[in-house]
Design a protein around this ligand. Structure first.
Ligand code: SER
Length: 317
């Protein structure tokens, strides 16, 4: 039986829900403590309501459950952050400091913190974006993620904190509703395809972005966290490529299952966010350092998204 006791902060969000399920399978229910600012109706225990900005409550909880590892997933995503910049900065940065400081002070051994393709900006080479390149994000979310990456590396170098991170592409899953991201059109489109056979997209047809099916993202996350420390050579955050496609291509993939599905385009403020991000990513270093390999392509993801959403009943989104 594992001696690890894992805390997931933001456990009821898009990543948290699926990560909690996977970690419970690997480590046992009692070894995975979930916290979020909201409790679900059918909340799986152990769970507590916690605001990551409440440093004292966080420390008390870590002591109470003898936590050894923290996955910090509480954050505002890109579109929501643009609407509430000050709070986004506060939550995304001070939440991270609270957790990094727990590790610095020796209360926990390991930290996972998600970064994003949003760390890149309009001056970054947009095709096959390398790990090390120009990074001038122009969204609040991207600025907070880039600053966070620098602090992760800083805490590792100065204080020996074992922090690990992935620059996620847009994440696509069927277990939760989309939650304020620019890449979330690629979740919403499956729901609408099943419900109405049509979707009005807030990005234009040609906007290619890196995306990833959630099972691949969860597998990558756990693989990185379980890798021997010496294999984790990058302590800012690792590029992960995922699959690159645009709205027209995901619509074509859906049409293989729903031939009369139609898509229309009405770009809004999220278009300029998407335009500032790369279309595709190079993840050679993740492959080399800890053996990363993607499994799902666009069509395999479409098949599973549609099958699962049909099975569980299309969520109202
Ligand atoms: N997928 C996120 C978003 O669109 C980026 O990390 O906000």
């Amino acid at each position: 039986m594992s001696t690890e006791r894992i805390l997931i902060i933001g456990s009821n969000g898009q990543i948290g829900l699926e990560l909690a399920e996977a970690l419970r399978k690997n480590y046992g229910d009692e070894h995975v403590v979930c916290v979020d600012i909201r409790k679900l109706e059918n909340q799986i225990l152990p769970f507590e309501v916690l605001d990551v900005l409440d440093q004292n409550a966080l420390l008390a909880l870590v002591k109470k459950y003898e936590i050894t590892q923290v996955y910090l997933l509480a954050a505002l995503l890109s579109a929501t952050a643009e609407k509430n910049p000050k709070f986004a900065w506060d939550l995304n940065m001070n939440g991270l400091f609270n957790v990094l400081d727990l590790a610095k002070e020796g209360h926990i051994k390991k930290v996972y913190w998600p970064s994003s393709i949003a760390v890149f900006g309009p001056s970054t080479p947009g095709q096959n974006t390398p790990q090390y390149t120009v990074m001038e994000p122009n969204t609040i979310y991207g600025i907070s993620k880039l600053a966070g990456e620098r602090f992760c590396e800083y805490y590792h170098q100065k204080y020996g904190v074992d922090v690990r991170s992935i620059r996620y592409p847009g994440l696509i899953g069927w277990k939760s509703a989309p939650g304020g991201g620019t890449t979330d059109y690629a979740v919403h489109i499956y729901h609408e395809a099943l419900k109405n056979k049509t979707y009005e997209c807030f990005l234009n047809a040609q906007t290619a972005l890196p995306m990833m099916y959630m099972p691949d993202a969860i597998r990558a996350t756990i693989q990185l966290m379980e890798a021997p420390a010496e294999q984790v050579k990058i302590r800012s955050s690792y590029n992960l490529a995922g699959i690159s496609f645009n709205p027209e291509e995901i619509a074509a993939s859906i049409r293989k299952h729903i031939p009369d599905f139609s898509i229309t385009y009405k770009p809004d403020f999220r278009q300029s966010i998407a335009d500032s991000w790369p279309a595709s990513i190079d993840d050679t270093l993740a492959q080399q350092d800890w053996g990363w390999k993607i499994k799902y392509d666009l069509d395999a993801m479409t098949q599973e998204m549609l099958d699962n959403l049909k099975r569980v009943g299309n969520m109202a989104v």
